[in-house]
Design a protein around this ligand. Structure first.
Ligand code: 4AD
Ligand code: MG
Length: 436
């Protein structure tokens, strides 16, 4: 057999539509194997899903039966067999083996039942455990969320741009910058594409970015990664209200992509209650969020940003996503436009996921005026020279504009109700983990 790819005539998910007795050929991996009453039951996993493959000692060629009984779990195999439409089979149809070949043998599978009790070990073995039913379903849903995001931006006239990973100054505050050595100079890993997006809107009006951001967050919470995928957009002439509408429509489209295309994966994860939240999402001002937090007994000063604990407290009060708006100037980065009606506040907001999950986006209107931006940089103790190109944009026709960033893994965590954000990444990066 030269080219295995062309060996296949059918994928697991198509078998239910195939006629009884048809001879088919499958390619995939052996997800499980058990013997019972002179029969061997294999679960074959391929791109499309799972199917039961049966070798019956009394019907099978003895040499083929022997081969099947030698196959080890997670070997990749080619199977030829006859379709049997059996409603008692785990997925409706099964295949009765007539021939089999091992494409690549697997050594004894190290993920034993007792290993399943050790999350640390399972993450050490993530290069293998990605094949597990739950991880596979989670990553498929993550992929579909990204497809939904691309679709939203494409249908609404955005240009997809790419911005650098190596940068020279912080957008979200210096405390969380990763420093790297750059030919004898200092550079950092990007925290957000926003500042570059702002340059690009003068070319395209509407741009978006989907790429990793890096945060040297020492806080070992269930919602912080050191490397996460950031979906960001920036829109010329848009107000803060416009940007909230864009954010909620984006999230709606992303979740619709999942409910339309991932019902199998959702039921695999027992997350069948997932549905696109109704629009518009409620908006509550910072002050109201603060009073919820205080009522629950947490002490926090007016003007402070919310930490993980405060976000949890507020979002527990909601069953659907919502926005917290009108953040104080002191809780936002230098670029955020002050509220013209109240200089203590900004035209900004965070989208919160409900039921304790907390912040999944931050966004708002940016300062587009030169003098105001320089003043705000200085107030934050930053040197405008370090932001020269960014400040200079304000001298070359920069209109009012707004934008936001959404954390992909936080969104996955919320939708699937994961206890820890690391489950939302294929190869998570946290302060404690940079392997595999
Ligand atoms: O709130 P952040 O820091 O906002 C920005 O970076 C803006 N410049 C975005 C923009 O306006 N273009 O990050 C945005 C989102 C957060 O709401 C959160 O969902 C996610 O990025 N995020 C993280 N996700 C996982 N781990 C971390 N350490 C994260 N830090 C931020
Ligand atoms: Mg934020």
């Amino acid at each position: 057999m030269g080219n295995w790819y062309h060996y296949r005539t059918v994928e697991a998910a198509e078998l239910k539509q195939r006629p009884e007795g048809e001879k088919v050929r499958l390619l995939g991996w052996i997800a499980s194997k058990r013997e019972h009453g002179g029969k061997i039951f294999l679960t074959l996993r391929d791109r499309s899903g799972y199917v039961q493959v049966v070798a019956d000692k009394s019907l099978c060629d003895p040499a083929v039966f022997e081969q099947v009984s030698d196959i080890s779990k997670e070997s990749s195999v080619a199977v030829e067999g006859l379709v049997s439409q059996d409603p008692r089979a785990p997925r409706g149809a099964e295949v009765h083996v007539t021939d089999v070949a091992v494409v690549a043998k697997s050594e004894p599978w190290p993920i034993t039942l007792s290993a399943l009790k050790s999350p640390g070990f399972l993450y050490d073995m993530r290069h293998l455990t990605v094949r597990g039913t739950k991880t596979r379903a989670t990553m498929k849903i993550r992929s579909e969320l990204l497809n939904g995001a691309h679709r939203f931006f494409e249908e609404n006239g955005y240009v997809w741009i790419q911005t650098p990973t190596f940068i020279t100054s912080a957008s979200e505050g210096g405390a969380t910058l990763f420093q790297v050595e750059y030919f004898g100079d200092k550079a950092y890993l990007t925290q957000s594409a926003q500042l570059y997006e702002e340059a690009a809107i003068c070319a395209f009006e509407k741009v978006y970015v989907i790429q990793p951001s890096f945060r040297s967050e020492k806080s070992r919470t269930r919602k912080h990664l050191t490397e996460f995928w950031h979906i960001e957009a920036e829109v010329a002439f848009a107000t803060h209200d416009d940007i909230m509408e864009i954010e909620e429509s984006l999230v709606h489209t992303m979740i619709s992509a999942v409910t339309e295309n991932c019902q199998g994966e959702l039921s695999e994860l027992q997350a069948t209650r997932v549905e696109s939240p109704e629009l518009p999402f409620p908006r509550i001002p910072y002050d109201e969020a603060l009073s919820i937090i205080e009522k629950k007994g947490f002490k926090i000063e007016w003007g402070d940003d919310f930490g993980a604990r405060e976000e949890k407290a507020v979002s527990e009060e909601f069953e659907d996503p919502f926005f917290v708006t009108k953040y104080p100037v002191s809780a936002r980065p230098f670029y955020q436009m002050p509220d013209p009606e109240d200089a203590r506040l900004t035209l900004s907001s965070d989208m919160f996921a409900p039921r304790g999950f907390g912040e999944i986006t931050s966004g708002g209107q940016r300062i587009h005026e030169y003098d105001m931006l320089v003043k705000r940089l200085k107030e934050e103790g930053l040197d405008p020279k370090d932001y020269q190109w960014y400040v200079e944009l304000r001298r070359f026709g920069m209109p009012p504009h707004s934008g936001f960033g959404l954390g992909l893994e936080r969104t996955v965590r919320w939708i699937l109700g994961l206890s820890h954000i690391r489950g939302a990444a294929m190869f998570p990066r946290t302060p404690d983990r940079i392997y595999p």
